[in-house]
Design a protein around this ligand. Structure first.
Ligand code: PLP
Length: 359
């Protein structure tokens, strides 16, 4: 059997939730589990995080999947609904949409629903992606509260654009503006993603909304999960399937992108971009072979990649390989690939089986 798997460490996941609680002890936690739980398996993550106070997802289908699996906590649609045809199911499944623009508000005002909904009001405090402009927050609130389809406006939320950079004062501006423009409105407040939860305590309000940190990954630029006491949840692992002795001048893989500078041993790992390993990594990105770092050489193929085994001449086919996770931070691989850890985690391909550890 092909050995390529992701191991999902549920003990680490719960530990990371406890870290989020410790960092924001007075806030309730809305765990972001959209995009299949950042690639970790949404239902698995929701079940393991039974202590979370609620879950944040990107669409109704995700919410219904959670309800049908018996998840009973509040579920928030972070982008609200995409069409009025979703409203009845949203109400029936007790899902809470974030209402972020005038189109959604008007559809809600016109809807005739068998049961009214709870909603969040989403305000744009400067990210300029979703949310009512600050100057319209009070009016949007009044209209929502007056809407027959709305049972309760839970509160106001906003999202931060630059919280991952602790030197960027824009976060302070966003927090201040949000507080000023929502002052006096009843209900709860929610501002913080993982980066704000760990880096900007002023953003801790009634609810915090951590995602990436729950999976053990640092949300801060250049950071590593371990610096915050977090533990990696996903380990992408595989095996060596060939170990080859090559001569000086031999070229390895497609395009002959790596040429052996001396006689050397090269290992072939059964993992490639068809599994979600990034093809565009810089040469030399580390791979763990038997727990020790070996540099990747040559181009990543669909099903395989090659590593320089000069440091481990005794390596054999069948030896254990880790592409990221335990012992090799995904943050480091993302830096080599010119992307962010979020992307690597959520694009692990369906052919990669997941096994749970620490259940
Ligand atoms: C995804 C998401 C989060 C979580 O962000 P992280 O950076 O993963 O902590 C929080 N809030 C909203 C609105 C989101 O869409």
């Amino acid at each position: 059997m092909r050995a390529t798997q992701v191991v999902i460490d549920l003990v680490a996941l719960r530990h990371n939730l406890a870290c989020a609680r410790a960092a924001a002890p007075d806030s309730r936690i809305l765990a972001a589990i959209k995009a299949n739980g950042y690639g970790h398996g949404m239902l698995r993550v929701a079940r393991a995080l039974e202590d979370a106070d609620g879950f944040g997802v990107a669409c109704l289908a995700e919410a219904i999947q959670l309800r049908e699996a018996g998840i009973s906590q509040p579920i928030v649609l972070l982008e609200g609904f995409f069409g009025a045809d979703e409203l009845e199911a949203i109400a029936r499944h007790r899902v809470i949409p974030a209402i972020h623009n005038m189109t959604q508000l008007e559809l809600l005002e016109q809807a005739r629903l068998p049961q009214p909904l709870a909603v969040w009001l989403k305000v744009d405090s400067g990210m300029h992606r979703l949310g009512f402009p600050l100057a319209q927050a009070q009016e949007a609130w009044r209209r929502l509260a007056a809407c027959p389809g709305v049972a309760e406006v839970v509160g106001c939320m906003t999202h931060l654009a630059n919280a991952d950079n602790l030197d960027d004062r824009f976060t302070v501006e966003q927090i201040t503006a949000f507080r000023q423009h929502t002052a006096g409105l009843p209900g709860q407040r929610s501002i913080a993603n993982s980066a704000a939860l760990l880096g900007w305590p002023d953003s801790h309000t009634d609810w915090v909304r951590p995602g990436i940190m729950l999976y053990g990954v640092s949300p801060l630029l250049g950071g590593r999960g371990a610096q915050h006491g977090l533990r990696p949840v996903m380990t992408l692992r595989s095996e060596l399937i060939a170990v080859t002795r090559l001569r000086r001048g031999d070229a390895v893989g497609y395009g002959g992108a790596f040429v052996c500078p001396e006689d050397m041993t090269v290992g072939v790992v059964a993992a490639g971009y068809g599994d979600g390993y990034p093809r565009h990594v810089a040469n030399g990105v580390p791979v763990l072979v038997n727990g020790r770092r070996a540099p990747l050489v040559g181009r990543v193929s669909m099903d395989m990649l090659t590593v320089d085994l000069r440091g481990q001449p005794d390596a054999r086919p069948g030896d254990a390989v880790v592409l990221w996770g335990e012992g090799l931070p995904v943050e480091e691989i993302a830096e080599h690939a010119g992307t962010i850890p979020y992307e690597l985690l959520c694009r692990v391909m369906p052919r990669v089986d997941a096994v749970e550890s620490g259940a």
